[in-house]
Write a protein that binds this ligand. Structure first.
Ligand code: GLC
Length: 524
């Protein structure tokens, strides 16, 4: 984990593990995962070979949106532990060479945040301007046509005589980034955590923050790409505003004033490489922005190859991409991309592990964990619970299946976990850990190979070909050949000596042949 004057940064080449804290390991048998549970299992992460963890929201919150509604930006949620636990986690991770990223939510707060309680107390309140308030239209109607992420109007009438804006739930009022005091508050929040050794932030709704000063109506949607807009409306005036870039230029200076440099990894919900690259600025804004077009592509090599190439071409010099297939909103790639087919899961892991830049694995990806069908009565995601046909986000937030014991190693025997476990656990960490042919062992080998062969830095990358479903690329000194079809395929001529195969079959393949859905890492 070096930091060099030559532009290398600790996250270049790194693997970040997204850990949904409530579902990872429950140390006190209350049914919720917690920080002490993570401390207990840090050796697992170090054995797996990850460089950093990103913790899903850890700050105090009424949990309308499971921590994405923050009521105190410098605390720890009592369900998850204490500030002392977090300090210990950072320290223990550091001793194992791992870093800790937190989730920061700057687009909105909880309506229970003291800023909002004050703001709502009257039009002259000190914090009134921290939020986006607007008068009704002359006919008494809402200020404009904006909808929140559930498709309902984004304006909530308040008895102080104005509407307030919520791009998410009514309990998540949007902050007003036109107000300079909001900038000062967040600069202090960043410094508070950086001083404690937090290595950086995943920034929630990073393309939100500023809203159009005139609150203009959003135009109609002319695309079926959910990254352009939803509910018939393009995201033009309620997000993606040019002024937001200034926030990240300021934050980047703060991040760079620490050693090692702190990382800003944005949830950049944008549809193409150009608009993604805009959030990197001239390599003076976010150091990383999530690539949603990649995650939302099918397991289609031509599409994936094109997105990788376009992304690398669009990023400013010195900056690197970040790749992921799963998260707590989109669901798990073993289901979405792979339909639970283990061969495909292993192939996708190979791709994620060998692309240049930074890779984010979601907890459970390493064992090929698929989405869990959570019966409606047991669902906990308030945001989507009462939505007809709404995305069920609980399916990808269920507890980690560690072993076959009662409680599955997640919680104690007889404790009801906050979301149901896979029942019975299909394939646990314990089942897979010592089996060389398991997905977990493969994932660990891939991460080790990535570390030794691709090293630290931004490996150069070249798409060699996508021919009849076989994707061949050069990444650093390696050539990867991946067969995305149900048929055996010829080994591409560019491939060299096979260092690793995704195939779980013990029998060697015929020389020169890739099995269906087999990928190999080779050296020439
Ligand atoms: C982000 C989070 C999501 C949350 C939303 C509002 O998209 O990933 O889980 O509901 O922001 O904070």
């Amino acid at each position: 984990m070096t930091e060099n004057a030559d532009g290398r940064r600790w996250w270049h080449g790194a693997v970040i593990y997204q850990l949904y804290v409530r579902s990872w390991r429950d140390s006190n048998d209350d049914g919720y995962g917690d920080l002490r549970g993570i401390i207990e299992r840090l050796d697992y992460l170090s054995w797996l070979g990850v460089d950093a963890v990103w913790l899903s929201p850890t700050m105090p919150s009424p949990d309308d949106d499971w921590g994405y509604d923050v009521s105190d930006y410098t605390g720890v949620h009592p369900d998850l532990g204490t500030l002392a636990d977090l300090d210990e986690l950072i320290d223990q991770a550091d001793q194992r060479g791992m870093r800790v990223l937190l989730d920061l939510v700057p687009n909105h707060t909880s309506s229970a945040h003291p800023w909002f309680t004050d703001a709502a107390s009257g039009r002259e309140a000190e914090h009134r301007r921290y939020y986006v308030w607007a008068d009704p239209r002359p006919d008494g109607g809402r200020p404009n046509n904006w909808l929140d992420f559930t498709g309902r109007p984004a304006w909530q009438w308040h008895d102080s005589g104005q509407y307030y804006l919520h791009n998410f739930l009514p309990g998540q009022p949007d902050l007003n980034w036109w107000e300079p005091a909001v900038h000062q508050e967040f600069a202090r929040i960043l410094e508070f955590w950086f001083e404690r050794g937090v290595a950086g932030f995943r920034i929630d709704v990073a393309n939100g923050l500023y809203k159009d000063a005139e609150l203009r109506d959003n135009p109609p949607l002319d695309s079926d790409n959910p990254l352009e807009g939803v509910f018939g409306m393009r995201f033009v005036y309620n997000s993606n505003r040019p002024e937001t870039h200034g926030v990240y230029r300021d934050w980047r200076k703060i991040a760079e004033s620490y050693s090692p440099e702190r990382l800003l990894l944005g949830e950049t919900w944008v549809p193409d490489a150009q608009r993604l690259a805009a959030y990197y600025g001239d390599n003076d804004e976010l150091q990383l922005g999530f690539n949603f077009p990649f995650a939302l592509a099918d397991l289609d090599p031509a599409r994936l190859a094109a997105i990788v190439e376009q992304t690398l071409a669009a990023l400013p010099s010195g900056a690197g991409p970040v790749w992921m297939g799963s998260n707590h909103d989109l669901g798990r790639f073993p289901s979405r991309w792979c339909g639970g087919d283990e061969r495909k899961i292993r192939l996708a892991l190979l791709v994620l592990a060998t692309l240049p830049g930074t890779t984010v694995l979601y907890y459970g990806d390493e064992i090929g964990m698929t989405d869990v069908d959570v019966p409606p009565a047991l669902r906990r995601d308030h945001a989507t619970l009462d939505l007809e046909g709404g995305a069920d986000r609980d399916r990808a937030r269920t507890p980690m299946p560690w072993d076959g014991s009662p409680g599955s190693g997640f919680t104690g025997p007889g404790v009801t976990p906050w979301l149901p476990m896979v029942d019975p656990p299909v394939s646990t960490v314990a089942d897979q850990r010592d089996k060389p042919e398991s997905t977990l062992s493969l994932c660990r080998r891939l991460l080790a190979l990535r570390r030794t062969e691709l090293g630290r830095g931004l490996a150069d990358f070249e798409n060699l070909a996508v021919t009849e479903g076989v994707w061949t690329y050069r990444t650093g000194p390696l050539v990867v050949a991946a067969n995305f079809t149900d048929r055996p395929a010829d080994m591409p001529a560019e491939a060299g000596e096979v260092l690793l195969t995704t195939s779980a079959e013990q029998a060697p393949p015929s020389p020169g042949v890739l099995r269906p859905w087999e990928g190999v890492v080779t050296r020439r």
